[in-house]
Design a protein around this ligand. Structure first.
Ligand SMILES: [Zn+2]
Length: 499
């Protein structure tokens, strides 16, 4: 194997998998030869059947790393960017399919292109640990091995990021084709599709972390902060009108109860049926011929609004938002403002069921107090060793994305139970496990060191599930108790639908 052969293989990969014709193939081979400092192509035959069968380019990228004698991700991404049609050609192809077939097929093809061109690293994503479970309601849990973990302090710091950083943030359109630097990942193979939402310029791309298949991110062309208002609801409805098989939701616009990027307005969605979308109604707040408002049977505090009329839906959603933004109930720690600082916000989600619009409004409050300095309605400190990041859109809907470090940490615990070591020795050997101390002490009090490994693994899994459930209960502004129910009803009364 040499660079000449690899250039030929990559060119044929593009020919079979990236919508190239035979002219493009010659062109790509020559471009790659020059990139590899070679002058003439190889005469050697290569196994075309093998390349034809490839679902992803990972084998070729491994061959590249072997020849380079190092893992140069930036160089690999650059090659895949060269082999991918230009941003405008990808957009034209998308628009053609959307017009001639439908938007669903167009999105599916776009998604497959982003897998084939190594933007979505399918092989890596398939290594994530994924499972579902059911307590009062279903939950889905994934230990994501590729996404970096961010805590709330870091997220706050990012909102005051300096202007001169290029690209401003990971979502700005200037990432398209960018080689990356110490702060941002190489994105030569990123392609996006422009969208008009609420008559403003937005665009969409797939998430490289791909929490579930076709995990889409919808991004404002302007680098402008997250903001939940009536325009948000209009844009969400515009999106589901264009892509009726997808849901779209927004993280809230405040730290602690929002997502990891607050400084650039964006939404997330997909075709996946999230656990919350399988929930049932706990109580009908109001219904007439035009719309229905329900209180949802769920871990945290969620209202749903349904209507066939999108104007009515948007007005009702906005009315609930505005009422909630100024709502106080000191007995259960809900204080909407501290001086001029707002604490109340919502996490909205919209999807369509045939002609009917369905929406969820998850009520949120980001206040902190002495007892809960990280957030009263945030994961309480005893659970931070599992998840300390903000409980955003995904988790609120029952879809937990846990940090990749947990895989190794769970393996460490299994090893600890196999070894004859004291807890102190184990912790001194694994400083990152200090936050697990209380958890480990509790495990040791219940299980002996000779516990069967498979049984222990299952115990750990169930413990993680229960913590995820408890974290969601922590985020409920109206506790899931009889008393909490009365407080929720006091809020529904303030909505004045029955007057
Ligand atoms: Zn940005």
């Amino acid at each position: 194997m040499d660079f000449k052969i690899l250039a030929k293989k990559f060119a044929f990969y593009a020919y079979y998998h990236l919508n190239c014709n035979s002219y493009d193939r010659i062109y790509f081979e020559n471009i790659l030869l020059s990139l590899f400092h070679e002058e003439i192509p190889t005469n050697e035959e290569i196994n075309l059947e093998e390349i034809k069968k490839m679902n992803v380019p990972d084998t070729l990228i491994e061959e590249l790393y072997t020849l380079l004698k190092k893992k140069d991700e930036s160089f690999a991404t650059k090659i895949m960017g060269i082999l991918t049609k230009s941003p405008s050609e990808v957009i034209s192809q998308f628009e053609k399919s959307a017009k001639e077939i439908n938007t669903d097929v167009a999105l599916e093809d776009f998604y497959n292109l982003q897998i084939k061109n190594y933007y979505i690293r399918k092989n890596e994503i398939d290594k994530n640990i994924v499972w579902s479970c059911k307590y009062e309601y279903p939950l889905e849990i994934t230990i994501n091995l590729s996404r970096p973990e961010k805590d709330n302090k870091e997220i706050k710091k990012n909102t005051i990021q300096k202007e001169e950083i290029y690209p401003h943030c990971a979502l700005c359109k200037e990432n398209i084709g960018y080689a990356g630097n110490f702060l941002s990942s190489p994105r030569q193979n990123l392609r996006v599709i422009p969208l008009l939402l609420n008559n403003e310029k937005w665009f969409m791309q797939f998430s490289p972390y791909c929490y579930y298949p076709q995990h889409i991110i919808v991004i404002n062309e302007k680098h402008t902060p997250m903001c939940i208002n009536k325009n948000t609801f209009i844009r969400l409805c515009d999106f589901v009108d264009k892509f009726p098989l997808y849901f779209l939701g927004s993280n809230s616009d405040l730290p602690i109860v929002g997502g990891s990027i607050l400084n650039h307005e964006h939404y997330q969605g997909g075709k996946h049926c999230m656990p919350l979308m399988k929930s049932k109604v706990k109580y009908e707040i109001f219904a007439n011929k035009q719309f229905t408002i329900n209180y949802i049977d769920w871990y945290n505090s969620v209202l749903s609004v349904e209507s066939e009329n999108r104007m009515i839906l948007i007005e009702i959603m906005n009315h609930i938002l505005l009422t909630w933004e100024n709502y106080d109930d000191k007995d259960i720690n809900i204080i909407s403002h501290t001086k001029n600082i707002r604490h109340n916000t919502i996490t909205p989600i919209v999807f369509k069921d045939k002609n009917r619009y369905k929406s969820y409004l998850i009520l949120r409050n980001n206040r902190c107090n002495e007892q809960y300095p990280f957030g009263i309605f945030h994961a309480h400190p005893e659970y931070h060793f599992i998840k300390k990041e903000g409980i955003g859109l995904m988790e609120s809907m029952g879809f937990f994305v846990l940090p990749g470090r947990l895989k190794k940490q769970m393996e460490n615990i299994v090893d600890f139970f196999r070894q004859d070591k004291t807890l102190e020795t184990f912790l001194s050997e694994h400083p990152d496990m200090y936050s697990f101390k209380v958890f480990l002490k509790d495990l040791m009090s219940r299980y002996s060191k000779n516990i069967d490994t498979e049984i222990l693994k299952n115990v750990l899994k169930v413990r993680v599930e229960k913590i995820c459930r408890n974290i969601l209960l922590n985020t409920a502004v109206f506790p899931n108790t009889e008393e909490g129910k009365e407080h929720a009803f006091a809020f529904f009364k303030c909505l004045k639908f029955n007057e």
